[in-house]
Design a binder for this molecule. Structure first.
Ligand SMILES: *Cc1c(COP(=O)(O)O)cnc(C)c1O
Length: 367
């Protein structure tokens, strides 16, 4: 679905000088590159603190732990997401409470959050799925009213902006991961900002939470051999940070290219009676371009693969099903697992591939 070849060809010289810089420094973990990358991300996102960690999953776990969430606590989240959203909640000993998604956006339905709140609820964990921001205005209102924390799973949404109702200027639209109490990013190679290995980041505007996150990533210790709590080994590699520093200045342009491809695909779908693209949203960064098939999705999938279009089903099963929780009330999410399919979209997608997919989309009818 994603070929890094063209990207690597474009960046090779800069990558090699970044590698050389790290090799010459003799420092491979949590050094000058990680520190510089943390500052650059914090500045880009407009957030006070960015803490480099080992993965997006660790970023979620460390965020929850920094907020003191653990056994006996509940965290409200979406079932239509990658497994790590739910597993991170369980790994800290808390219970994920699943509420349904909006049909149109694939994101958590804010109107269903309040009825799911109990005396044990400690946090809301929205996911900006496929790069589309969840409704952060409503989520933050509900969180404030009920004294809950918000941890944004921004693994798929680096560079996405949330436009509150009435906002039209980008300068007034904050980046995802900068709005809640904590944000968690993944730099897994296929993400919109991807390393060439595992890496992740925690973001926050709170000094105390930032310090806790820094401790938690290094075995609960900032000063050597003073371990104040049980933490993790979740340090970011210098090589990954150096690679990400080469890529960060390009991410805005790459996200714009994704938007351009999405607009072309959307256009090709306009006449189809059986395929529907979700409505567009300002600030969306199209980590995936996910459509709904009204009819035989398996047949559509087969036809796409026959044309050499590597469509993928994200996600065939709900996180609630995977952990054995009740999914009976999650109708819209169940529909999404049955109907949706993602088409290749990335910044290096060639004009030729874009045309192949567009032609396929405008020609296909199913059912
Ligand atoms: C990728 C992803 C994660 C986990 O990130 P890793 O870096 O792979 O650990 C968490 N949540 C969502 C929604 C993701 O897409």
């Amino acid at each position: 679905m994603l070929h890094l070849g063209p990207e690597i060809a474009e960046l090779r010289d800069e990558l090699i000088s970044a590698f050389n810089r790290v090799l010459d420094s003799g420092r491979f973990i949590l050094g000058a590159e990680v520190e510089a990358f943390e500052h650059e991300v914090a500045e880009y996102l407009g957030v006070k603190h960015a803490i480099g960690v080992n993965s997006g999953t660790d970023a979620l776990i460390i965020s929850l732990r920094a907020l003191g969430i653990g056994p006996g606590d509940e965290v409200i989240t979406t079932p239509f997401t990658f497994f790590a959203t739910a597993s991170s909640i369980m790994l800290v000993g808390a219970k994920p409470v699943f509420v349904d998604i909006e049909y149109d956006s694939f994101n958590i339905d804010p109107e269903l959050i309040e009825p799911a709140i109990t005396p044990r609820t400690k946090a809301i964990m929205p996911v900006h799925l496929y790069g589309r921001p969840a409704n952060m205005t409503r989520i933050m209102e509900i969180a404030r009213r009920h004294n809950l924390f918000v941890v944004e799973d921004a693994a798929q949404s680096f560079g996405a902006r949330w436009y509150a109702p009435g906002v039209t200027e980008a300068s007034e639209a904050p980046y995802t991961g900068s709005i809640g109490d904590m944000g968690a990013f993944s730099f897994y190679p296929t993400k919109n900002l991807g390393a060439y290995g595992d890496a992740g980041m925690v973001t926050t505007n709170d000094d105390e939470l930032a310090l806790l996150a820094r401790k938690l990533r290094t075995h609960g210790s900032i000063e050597p051999y003073q371990h104040e709590m049980l933490g993790y080994n979740s340090r970011m590699d210098e090589l990954q940070a150096a690679i990400l520093r080469v890529k960060l200045p390009r991410v805005e342009g790459w996200n714009n290219r994704r938007r351009e491809v999405a607009a072309a695909f959307r256009n090709s779908l306009r006449a189809s009676k059986h395929l529907a693209a979700p409505s567009d949203a300002q600030g969306h960064v199209y980590h995936q371009f996910t459509i709904r098939v009204d009819g035989d999705r398996a047949e559509f999938h087969q036809r796409a693969l026959q044309r050499g279009i590597s469509a993928v089903i994200y996600y065939p099963r709900l996180a609630s099903d995977l952990i054995g929780a009740n999914s009976d009330h999650l109708f819209v999410s169940q529909l999404a697992t049955a109907e949706s399919i993602s088409l290749p979209i990335h910044a290096s997608l060639s004009g030729e591939d874009e045309a192949t997919i567009s032609t396929f989309l405008s020609s296909v009818t199913t059912g």
